[in-house]
Write a protein that binds this ligand. Structure first.
Ligand SMILES: C[S@@+](CC[C@H](N)C(=O)[O-])C[C@H]1O[C@@H](n2cnc3c(N)ncnc32)[C@H](O)[C@@H]1O
Length: 291
């Protein structure tokens, strides 16, 4: 039996269930998610016969591409969003891929009976990928340790975390929610430096020598310290993006405080400069199981 979902996981599930039908079409093929997914397939480079576990597989872009390369091996995709998994299954059916299956579950709870019943076992996988989701996990060190156990000797896990100078507005908002005592949907605190991300790998007994920093995927823009209040107002107006992630800020009385705190956080991040350049690049945590 899987554990009951926490409020955090229920929130994640509802955000991605709501996005499932549109996720693959939110941008053109050169948008961030499609580009990063293509890169993941390249980095995973599954060889024929290999067993790959695609964690937080969403609508299955990486799982499907890897299943083609891994054949006659197999791919298991796991996600907490049933609606996303349904899209993934339909795509697999449309292209007639029989060596991939999609399983609903929490990727931080894989050393459990439910996962074993789905064929997810210790020492089994050549490659484990987790694209664009690590930041959403509550117990990040615990998750990496559990994934390390699922790897075969010589196998590798790959996940990403935005570099400390990336996605500055989201970073400031995360700190605002923390200060206001609001449940955080994502947490960059333990993964905002190369050192911290590497130590997640080594702490799980994995070799971190294949770690690298990705290209810059998008122009993150410049945030001017003096205009931080207006930047916050624009963010809040972006309802499509804001909805689900920061709903609790939307409650009466919170916005004014949140705006004030956001300005302070931007000032802190700028560290005496008049503006902050925001990037869109990632620490690519590649951990190899040596023994
Ligand atoms: C930004 S999407 C990434 C989807 C896919 N990996 C990609 O690159 O397009 C994040 C995904 O993580 C999933 N997710 C987040 N936390 C999860 C958890 N604890 N267990 C399973 N799935 C999770 C969400 O449901 C969502 O599908």
């Amino acid at each position: 039996m899987a554990k009951p979902l926490t409020p955090h996981l229920l929130n994640i599930r509802s955000i991605y269930d709501a996005r499932a039908a549109t996720y693959d079409h939110e941008t053109g093929p050169d948008g961030f998610h499609p580009r990063q997914a293509r890169d993941y397939v390249k980095w995973a480079s599954p060889s024929p016969g290999c067993k790959l576990l695609d964690l937080a597989c969403g609508t299955g872009e990486i799982s499907l591409a890897c299943a083609r390369l891994a054949s006659p091996g197999m791919v298991i995709g796991v996600d907490i969003s049933p609606a996303s998994l349904e899209v993934a299954r339909q795509k697999a059916q449309q292209v007639g891929l029989g060596n991939v299956k999609f399983v609903e579950g929490d990727i931080a709870d894989l050393l459990s009976e439910w996962a074993e019943k789905e064929g997810i076992r210790q020492g089994m996988f050549d490659v484990i990928t987790c694209a664009s989701a690590f930041v959403l996990l509550e117990d990040q060190p615990g998750a990496v340790k559990s994934w390390a156990k699922l790897l075969k000797k010589g196998g590798k896990v790959i996940f990403d975390a935005a570099t400390g100078d990336s996605q500055i507005k989201a970073l400031a908002l995360e700190r605002v929610t923390e200060k206001l005592g609001i449940v955080r949907t994502y947490t960059r605190e333990g993964i905002d430096s190369e050192e911290k991300v590497r130590s997640l790998l080594t702490g799980a007994g994995l070799d971190d020598s294949e770690f690298f920093v990705s290209e810059n995927y998008e122009d993150g823009g410049v945030v001017v310290v003096e205009n931080a209040g207006a930047t916050f107002d624009d963010l809040v107006k972006e309802k499509k993006w804001f909805r689900g992630w920061y709903d609790e800020l939307d409650k009466p009385g919170r916005m004014v405080k949140a705006r004030e705190l956001f300005c302070k956080e931007i000032e802190k991040i700028a560290n005496g400069e008049k503006e902050v350049r925001s990037w869109w690049r990632f620490y690519m945590a590649v951990g190899r199981k040596i023994d």
